[in-house]
Design a protein around this ligand. Structure first.
Ligand SMILES: Cc1ncc(COP(=O)(O)O)c(C=O)c1O
Length: 392
């Protein structure tokens, strides 16, 4: 038997993530500095870890309700209310295995064969394959640096067809660090309503903004009823390994997502749910002290990388959220794959080529500043040397 021939054609034809390729090489390389990772370098705050330990000690090691534990869903409900003025019933909230599962469930619950989902380009690497695996068709919506990588009425309209069913809205954005304000959303809301689109709002970086507080598109009039907010604990609370997220949205859509979830995941890990409930309750009641501390440090690093890239001649857009910066490398004459490959082999710095996030951004690279200030300084000095070497 030739196993390769048995693999689904959709999976076989799917390219592997452009991020992994580089990091497999970088992880084997001595003295390599990685600016590639999309995860906080902070330890999960102790009270959150302790609540997971206590959860196990107390024997909370069983399945929870498919929707997620009531304590956690109450904490999420209170958070959404307090932070974004969005009210949800408990049955409109589903606890998932990371935001990743929430996205997958939303795609699978919505797609009929051939349905189109408008996907921002550049954007997080999992959207396009996720839509394809669910039987839908991802349609790129090109976002440009001139528009500060925000969705404009023009970019949205150019991606809409008769088959469009949903649009992904993902701010603060990975990989650009762009955010959208209330005013930006107001400009596209009527188009979304007129074309009867569902909004899949990936808000995993909602807590990581540096200038303005995050505004959710679901907060606009007429939007909550057509928006599923997907979020999670990985980024704000440095809890990537807990694999915990949630979806909040219209009951019929959440019901459909629960149906898939109960046949696939059943529930997120019980001890992770207890830890998540502690994270949200503690942060909400104490004014987000631990999140604020991490954001303060990310902001210090953000200022460092933003000025260093501009000074070395790699002009970049100022990121206002998440922990990524997206320098424009066109002045070097190299395309992103070549630039990142040579940077890795010649200077031992790993960054992600723009093409990992969409073909339209081949003259950019993504650098994560979720690594120590010292590491960043060293990496920036190596990148500067590399850029200078290209000129000589
Ligand atoms: C935009 C975006 N959405 C979702 C995820 C996945 O998050 P989680 O760890 O909650 O599954 C990531 C991870 O990098 C991300 O960048």
């Amino acid at each position: 038997m030739i196993i390769e021939q048995k693999i689904s054609a959709v999976v076989r034809d799917m390219p592997p993530s452009g991020i992994r390729k580089f990091f497999d090489i970088a992880s084997e390389m001595k003295d390599c500095i990685s600016l590639g990772v999309g995860e906080p370098d902070f330890d999960t705050p102790w009270n959150i870890r302790e609540s997971a330990i206590y959860s196990i000690e107390a024997g909370r090691t069983h399945y929870t309700s498919n929707h997620g534990s009531t304590e956690l869903r109450r904490a999420i409900r209170d958070y959404m209310d307090m932070r974004f003025d969005l009210s949800y019933e408990l049955n409109q909230i589903l606890v998932t295995v990371g935001a990743s599962e929430g996205l997958d469930l939303a795609f699978r619950a919505l797609m009929n064969p051939g349905d189109e989902v408008i996907v921002p380009a550049p954007s997080y690497v999992a959207y396009m394959p996720g839509v394809t695996l669910a039987g839908g068709k991802p349609v790129p919506m090109i976002l440009t640096e001139q528009d500060n990588f925000r969705i404009t009425p023009e970019s949205l309209l150019s991606a809409i067809t008769k088959k469009s069913k949903a649009v992904i809205v993902a701010f603060p954005n990975n990989p650009t660090g762009a955010i959208m304000t209330k005013e930006d959303y107001e400009k596209i809301a009527d188009i979304i309503i007129e074309h009867d689109l569902i909004v899949i709002a990936d808000e995993v970086y909602a807590e990581l903004t540096y200038d303005k507080r995050h505004f959710s598109i679901a907060q606009l009039p007429g939007m909550q009823e057509r928006t599923v907010v997907i979020s999670g604990f990985s980024k704000a609370f440095a809890m990537t390994g807990f694999r915990l997220g949630y979806a909040a949205g219209p009951k019929p859509l959440i019901d459909a997502m629960v149906k898939i979830h109960q046949y696939s995941m059943l529930c997120a890990a019980a001890m992770s749910q207890d830890a998540g409930a502690e994270a949200m309750r503690y942060e909400c009641s104490h004014g987000f002290p631990q999140v604020k501390q991490m954001v303060k440090e990310y902001n210090r690093r953000r200022r460092l990388v933003y000025s260093a890239f501009n000074e070395m001649g790699l002009k970049c857009f100022e990121p206002l959220g998440a922990f990524y910066i997206f320098p424009n490398i066109s002045s070097t004459g190299l395309k992103s794959d070549e630039f990142c490959k040579r940077l890795l082999f010649e200077k031992k710095v790993a960054c992600v080529p723009g093409t990992a996030f969409g073909e339209s951004v081949d003259s950019y690279m993504r650098c994560s500043y979720a690594t120590s200030y010292e590491n960043l300084k060293e990496a920036l000095s190596r990148i500067k040397e590399f850029v200078q070497s290209l000129k000589s």
